[in-house]
Design a protein around this ligand. Structure first.
Ligand SMILES: *Cc1c(COP(=O)(O)O)cnc(C)c1O
Length: 409
């Protein structure tokens, strides 16, 4: 189990910075990274943190300090990573469906580029030929991941170049003599079954002989983390064993050893994050007792969007009698975080903490209902640091253009 922040630490942070607030533990991020790197110590493996999970530049810098690279999903994430101090060689841009100009920009910034369509590959080849190495995102037609919304490798998925288009792919590569340095798959999020990765590797291995300049295979991210007690998680040690066996059985035909790349997002930051809220109102009804908190899916969308489960604790009354509450938000839309969940007796004003809030929490937040986005706090060696301020009223007006002179009443 990775190190956890205590109730006392979390309460003190809530008192100091107010609620709602996102809190991240640097120690947990490091512990998760170390679990991965120890498991794969025998292989030539590089981890690129899939930063769309959480992009605060201080988190990026911390991830850099512990030795990981960064995987980006937009050119802006690439720029944030470079801003945070990553060297371009340690930045990977895994694009999908983007305008070619972003690929050109990424190439001009000198980062690793992963191309996911024949169309963009064609444009890349016409412009750059063999002058700049790229990798290819392939679609292995494997169904994997926690649910269809987060499943990206199946045969109806928009992601990657379908493997059945290999011959068209090879003709584009040959026509422009494109320098293909890596092959990539990312089949989804919350993949608990190690066999899925093995299947993906097998698909890739069949394709390796077609690419004579390969130097790495990128197996993506999607390791599952437990959200509640008894939840399965990806067995990282078993994965490492299977992956190294598979690679030992398939030497690179071009003689170069193949480096293995991974892109963990959730695995590094999910359990490192806590979302602390406060109970505004208790409402007793025939159906349930509602505990309405000072937040909503505008701050943490995963339960409503993915039906995901987040463990919740009442850190203000940890020894109160267990009772059932439905934890709901305060925005004008059905906004249920948990239905009939057992919690220690909840009183108005108590702090409720959501666990596993580091990945896709703040990052997917919005200003729906004209609410402010919460602040973020990073705990390093036991000390909390504010790394993003709570928004205020001027943030709601920023970028709005006032044309009141045209609107005469
Ligand atoms: C989102 C994403 C990841 C990370 O997924 P997690 O489930 O957070 O590990 C990795 N690679 C790519 C290309 C992604 O889009």
């Amino acid at each position: 189990m990775a190190p956890q922040l205590s109730h006392e630490q979390l309460s003190a942070i809530a008192n100091q910075f107010g609620t709602p607030v996102y809190v991240y533990s640097a120690d947990t991020i490091a512990a998760q990274y170390n679990r991965l790197s120890h498991a794969f110590a025998k292989n030539d493996v590089v981890f690129f943190y899939a930063c769309k999970a959480l992009t605060n530049i201080n988190v990026l810098r911390y991830v850099k300090s512990i030795g990981a690279g960064v995987d980006c999903s937009s050119i802006n994430e690439v720029k944030l990573a470079l801003h945070a101090g990553f060297q371009p060689v340690n930045v990977l841009y895994t694009s999908n469906g983007i305008d070619f100009s972003e690929i050109e920009e990424a190439r001009n910034l000198g980062v690793n580029v992963n191309i996911d369509s024949l169309s963009n590959l064609q444009k890349f080849g016409e412009k750059f030929g063999h002058t700049y190495p790229v990798s290819l995102r392939l679609r292995p037609n494997i169904l994997a991941g926690g649910n269809l919304k987060i499943s990206t490798g199946h045969d109806r998925s928009k992601f990657g170049i379908p493997v059945e288009q290999l011959s068209e792919l090879l003709s584009v590569v040959a026509l422009h003599n494109i320098y293909i340095r890596g092959l990539h798959i990312h089949t989804g999020s919350e993949i608990k079954d190690v066999e899925v990765f093995v299947k993906g590797i097998e698909v890739l291995f069949e394709m390796i002989p077609s690419f004579t300049e390969l130097e790495f295979i990128d197996l993506g991210g999607g390791f599952k983390v437990p959200y509640k007690e008894g939840d399965a998680e990806t067995d990282i040690d078993l994965l490492a064993k299977k992956v190294s066996e598979a690679f030992a059985d398939h030497p690179n035909p071009n003689g170069k050893p193949l480096q293995i790349w991974f892109e963990p997002g959730k695995y590094l930051v999910s359990s490192a994050g806590y979302f602390i809220t406060r109970v505004n109102v208790l409402k007793h009804t025939a159906a349930t007792t509602f505990a309405s908190i000072n937040s909503g899916f505008n701050h943490l969308i995963r339960p409503m969007f993915y039906d995901s489960y987040h463990r919740i604790e009442n850190i203000s009354n940890p020894s109160g009698a267990l009772q059932k509450y439905s934890v709901v938000g305060n925005i004008c839309e059905t906004d249920t975080f948990a239905w009939d969940r057992e919690l220690n007796e909840v009183r108005e004003g108590d702090y409720l903490v959501f666990y596993n809030a580091g990945a896709y929490g703040f990052e997917m937040s919005s200003n729906f209902n004209s609410r402010f986005k919460p602040p973020e706090v990073l705990v390093i060696k036991g000390a909390p640091y504010l790394i993003r301020e709570r928004e205020d009223f001027k943030d709601l007006l920023r970028n709005q253009v006032d044309i009141s002179a045209q609107i005469i009443d």
